[in-house]
Design a protein around this ligand. Structure first.
Ligand code: CMP
Length: 144
């Protein structure tokens, strides 16, 4: 949590959404929802980087496939700031499986499967505290 009740979270526009040309639309939706973008970059993760990012899922059956998917093309991690940013981003993203995501959510609109689900968002303050510095140094994060 930062001053004035603001909270930061990490989102990633995943390789499926970047490949389909949804970056602009997703960023527009994030800004319209009141998130301030404090940092962002287009990267192509190595296998090692994807495995490290998703280390909490290492025992899940989908871990290998998920890490392969995340390295298949460029993705765009971003640091977002808003009041209650972590929960608000999760609400905007919708359910992990787009088939279960509510109308109007990013995953309903842009995702194609439970794995290729367009966007990631930190699921707790502890996760955000791990995920933000995983991709961004303090110098890369703007104060707005
Ligand atoms: P994300 O919010 O980035 O967190 C973990 C990711 O694992 C999730 O989005 C999906 O991309 C992926 N995932 C979660 N559950 C499954 C599943 N049952 N099968 C395949 N991929 C999954």
């Amino acid at each position: 949590m930062t001053a004035a009740g603001l909270e930061r979270t990490l989102t990633i526009i995943k390789p499926d959404a970047v490949a389909k040309g949804f970056v602009g639309q997703i960023i527009t939706r994030l800004e319209q929802a009141g998130f301030k973008i404090l940092a962002g970059k287009l990267i192509q993760m190595t296998r090692e980087e994807a495995e490290g990012f998703y280390i909490v899922h290492r025992h899940r059956p989908f871990y290998g496939s998920l890490c392969a998917f995340m390295t298949q093309g460029p993705s765009m991690p971003m640091v977002l700031e808003a009041e209650n940013a972590i929960q608000r981003l999760r609400d905007l993203m919708g359910a992990t499986d787009p088939a279960a995501a509510a109308p109007g959510t990013l995953r309903k609109e842009f995702a194609s499967s439970i794995e290729a689900n367009a966007v990631h968002g930190s699921d707790s303050p502890e996760a955000a505290a791990f995920e933000i510095p995983y991709f961004f140094s303090d110098l890369e994060i703007c104060r707005r």
